[in-house]
Design a protein around this ligand. Structure first.
Ligand SMILES: Nc1ncnc2c1ncn2[C@@H]1O[C@H](COP(=O)(O)OP(=O)(O)OP(=O)(O)O)[C@@H](O)[C@H]1O
Length: 897
């Protein structure tokens, strides 16, 4: 936190001499030493001294001076009506912002208006709609180490709460890698750490907030939890879970104004990582589920599947994709529901239309329960409830959705109450009337009738008084200061009757009132004032009654969200031509059999996507070779995504698919894709590999994409080979390994269950066409040179490079990538025929140089120099990337001649 939190230093120096109002500011700042305090003064939130300078800088508002009897103070303010964007800027700048509001009516206050901090806004506990993206989640999380009685570390408790919806869950994980995985799924905006100890959580994109270590105290945390669940010891697994959960709830309470437990956190869910298909950070990233940082469309898997109509549904789909299922019955239930909807486009579109009218019930329920909902929020709730009968009706005849049908609670009592009580189009303000329907309460009806009759009497008064006085220009009006008046212009003043009393003198006219007018006025204003305040009380009663039903509203929100997510999966399936996968029981042989599989994202960006088959028995290892850009990564990811989508309950992009239930998906992409990362990236790659080798099981799917590439060729190949052998021999995990290490393909001869697959290309003259079609067998080894040629490296250099390869490896390949272009898309089998051809060595280096001189009139000396450099290269110790960079350098040398 930056230094301007709490009491600004200059204000601290002068705190004994400030005015009573600034004294309140000092007090608020002292109570919230970790937050930047914004202090309500009328229509503005103000900050003073150093805090003012910071607010001015971050929010780009003017720094002014406040002057009072005790001196001058720098001051910066943001308008309360329009505060959202400024608050967002402050939160983005990593501030906690404490809002010190006027908590009594300024007009009613006898002296200084009371002020108190009503909310602390932090990145992980934002509840203001204006600061929240629709359909997103905002979590504050914490991680606590679990130790055994003899102080040995025994895992970690993790808890997270979304203060806007009340979603709260805890889990226990074993390793730091598991912590990382869990946090990557939760993606908290804020992570709590005790202020007296270093954090046990890994670094991430969240803001770390140091909080009083007391929040993590086992007894204090447990006491707090008893406010939320009847028996914390039964609900939560262990002490670490309790401490983590107690701390996040304490923090959430603190940010919501410390009014005690948050009623809308009605359920603390426990989940176990083993009850879901586990995806660690690398898999989430590598499969581009939610984040596509690669080149191209930037679309993610989530984008392709997201046809949700409501924010609720969007959040649900996000949750489903992050935590696919492992329970076959649950998977089948979802698939049944999706299938029913895929087959009925009319129901689907009707449901979508209805769901589009659903407001964010989870957040609404949170606001109602926090007593922050206004009348419009209640109307939004009622509008959402009003679609429920239609939703029920639309799915009544669909057996696969009968459970959803039964769980759809129409909440008729709540809907009727709101409908009867709240005006159809209420104002935002709750204290100025117009919120409650007159018909809702007898006293209110009487008061409003009195007010109305009074106003009608006043409306008729003008005509009556004109008749009585004979003054045609007489008018009746009203203003805030003087109330009702009868206005007579100066020339007619002599006709004013005796019962007129002067109220106000204008330049050309006088304003009067009569005893009757005064009486009516008192009646009107008295009734209106009492009615406004009665309305406020009635509103609070209605809100309280609704708040008592928070659990039911949240349960309804869950069903609506799930229906929307199912509809979304069905629409995506219908529009993209997906099929229902055949998911096998966990006891099966783990076979992945996909006919005509496609990559759900890449297929949307390619004019003609080539479908590919996969047929792997559990524990098989497929070594995939092929030129750069031929489609290896796409293929591997599509296999993993098809499995993942199936376990989410989604249809899959294929013509047919029989799939196992996986426990984990690992993906590791070789280090050399990140040039800047260099050695440290290779280190990371290796430590990620370590995780796989520790954690993969015979139910896991492992994707290795050019692993080992970040080091020298010899070491890389050695690591790749040892890894493959270990996975195959010891772990029995089904594995797809894309590699440029041709040597790896020999494993297929040595081990049963290791297969070579390759991606073919055809060559016509100098043009190479990628077929993007997987075929059995290994591919040619000389891809780097081929790519160098395609990248524009001059022919003599390319030819010389081939020669060098030939002499260093004893292989005379010219690198031509000619494959069986006519190969069909039949399922690759375990055969290992290498279809790549090895044409004879061509010209010598000298010939190449001479040709170059003839053809391209290159500088002979430069070419000779390049040739010598080429000859001196120690290719065995170079990474492919270093080789490419060297080629590029050599080409530049020639270009400069
Ligand atoms: N089956 C396919 N049908 C059509 N186009 C495809 C197919 N697979 C891949 N592509 C296209 O080829 C491009 C390269 O694919 P991909 O990244 O999978 O190749 P790669 O062999 O892994 O390359 P590298 O070895 O350089 O990492 C993709 O971005 C896509 O545009």
């Amino acid at each position: 936190m930056t230094a301007v939190t709490g009491l600004p230093p200059t204000m601290a120096d002068r705190k004994d001499e400030v005015t009573p109002m600034l004294g309140q500011y000092v007090e608020c700042c002292e109570q919230h030493s970790d937050a930047l305090v914004l202090f309500q003064v009328g229509d503005f939130y103000e900050a003073f001294c150093e805090a003012a300078a910071e607010v001015a800088r971050v929010c780009e508002v003017t720094l002014t001076q406040r002057e009072d009897s005790t001196g001058e103070y720098p001051m910066a303010g943001i308008p309360i009506d329009n505060a959202a964007s400024y608050l967002e800027a402050l939160v983005e700048a990593d501030y906690r912002v404490a809002l010190a509001d006027q908590v009594e009516d300024a007009e009613a206050a006898s002296g200084l208006v009371d002020r108190a901090v009503t909310r602390v806004i932090t990145p992980g506990t934002v509840v203001e709609d204006a600061l929240l993206a629709a359909g997103s989640t905002t979590y504050v999380a914490s991680v606590v180490e679990r130790t055994t009685a003899d102080r040995v570390r025994d895992g970690y408790g993790i808890a997270a709460v979304d203060a806007s919806t009340g979603a709260c869950f805890v889990t226990t994980v074993l390793t730091r890698g598991d912590v990382r995985e869990e946090l990557d799924r939760i993606q908290p905006n804020e992570l709590l750490v005790a202020d007296d100890a270093p954090t046990v959580a890994p670094d991430g994109e969240w803001m770390e907030s140091a909080v009083d270590a007391e929040l993590f105290d086992p007894t204090i945390a447990r006491d707090r939890l008893t406010e939320y669940v009847a028996d914390p010891d039964r609900r939560l697994d262990n002490d670490a879970e309790q401490r983590a959960c107690g701390a996040v709830l304490a923090y959430a309470e603190y940010t919501q104004g410390d009014d005690g437990p948050l009623e809308y956190v009605s359920r603390i869910r426990r989940h176990d990582q083993r009850d879901q298909l586990r995806l660690d950070a690398a898999a989430l990233r590598g499969l581009e589920l939610f984040d596509n940082r690669g080149p191209g469309s930037g679309e993610t898997v989530f984008d392709v599947l997201d046809e949700t109509a409501s924010a609720l549904g969007r959040r649900c789909l996000d949750r489903w994709l992050r935590r696919p299922l492992v329970d076959r019955a649950a998977i089948e239930d979802r698939l049944d529901a999706v299938e029913a909807l895929v087959g009925d486009s009319v129901v689907r579109s009707d449901l979508s239309d209805l769901l589009a009218e659903a407001y964010d019930l989870e957040r609404l329920a949170g606001r109602v329960s926090r007593e922050r909902a206004n009348a419009r929020d209640l109307r939004a709730l009622q509008a959402t409830l009003s679609i429920v009968p239609d939703l029920k009706e639309r799915i009544a005849d669909i057996p696969a959705l009968s459970d959803y049908h039964d769980r759809l609670d129409e909440l008729r009592d709540v809907a009727t109450l709101i409908d009867e009580a709240i005006s159809p189009e209420p104002p935002m303000e709750l204290t100025e009337g117009g919120v409650i329907k007159q018909s809702f309460d007898d006293e209110l009806t009487d008061l409003r009738t009195t007010e109305q009759q009074g106003r009608e009497w006043v409306a008729d008064l003008e005509a009556a008084e004109r008749r009585r006085t004979g003054i045609d220009s007489l008018s009746v009006g009203h203003n805030q200061v003087h109330g009702y008046y009868i206005e007579v212009t100066n020339p007619n003043l002599d006709q004013v009757p005796d019962d007129y009393t002067r109220r106000q003198t204008l330049k050309n006219a006088e304003r009067f009132y009569t005893p009757e007018l005064k009486e009516r006025e008192d009646e009107i204003f008295g009734a209106a004032e009492r009615a406004d305040s009665l309305e406020y009380d009635l509103f609070c009663e209605v809100r309280e009654t609704v708040a008592a039903e928070t659990d039911r509203i949240q349960a309804l929100a869950t069903v609506i969200a799930e229906l929307d997510a199912l509809c979304s999966l069905a629409t995506a399936a219908a529009e993209n031509d997906y099929v229902r996968p055949n998911v096998q029981a966990a006891s099966d042989d783990g076979r992945i059999a996909i006919h005509g599989g496609r990559h759900p994202v890449v297929e949307t960006t390619q004019a003609e996507f080539v479908p590919n088959d996969t047929d792997l028995t559990g524990g098989d290892v497929a070594i995939i070779t092929g030129p750069n850009m031929s489609g290896k990564s796409t293929y591997m990811r599509q296999v993993a995504l098809i499995c993942l989508l199936a376990q989410t309950g989604s249809f899959v992009p294929a013509e047919a698919a029989t799939l196992p239930i996986l426990d984990r998906i690992f993906t590791r992409v070789g280090a050399s894709d990140d040039i800047a990362g260099g050695q440290s990236t290779f280190m990371r790659e290796m430590s990620e590999l370590t995780e796989i080798l520790h954690d993969a099981t015979d139910r896991s799917l492992v994707l290795l994409d050019e692993v080992g590439r970040g080091t020298s060729t010899a070491d890389g190949l050695a690591i790749a080979q040892a890894t493959t052998e270990f996975i195959h021999d010891e772990l029995d995990a089904t594995t797809l390994f894309a590699t440029h290490y041709h040597g790896l393909t020999n494993l297929a001869d040595e081990r049963e269950g290791v297969h070579n697959l390759h991606f073919a290309a055809t060559r016509d003259g100098d043009d190479v066409t990628f077929l993007h079609r997987v075929a059995p067998g290994a591919s040619s080894a000389s891809y780097g040179i081929e790519v160098a040629r395609m990248a524009g490296v001059p022919t003599p250099v390319v030819d010389r490079a081939r020669d060098v390869v030939a002499t260093t490896t004893g292989d005379a390949s010219d690198g031509t990538v000619v494959d069986d272009a006519t190969g069909s898309a039949a399922a690759p089998t375990a055969s290992d025929d290498d279809t790549a051809t090895d044409p004879p060595a061509s010209a010598t280096a000298d010939d190449a140089v001479c040709d170059a001189l003839d053809e391209q009139t290159l500088d002979a000396e430069a070419v000779a120099a390049v040739a010598t450099e080429l000859q001196d290269l120690d290719i065995a110790t170079m990474t492919p990337l270093e080789a490419l960079n060297t080629l590029d350098e050599l080409r530049s040398q020639l270009d400069e001649t």
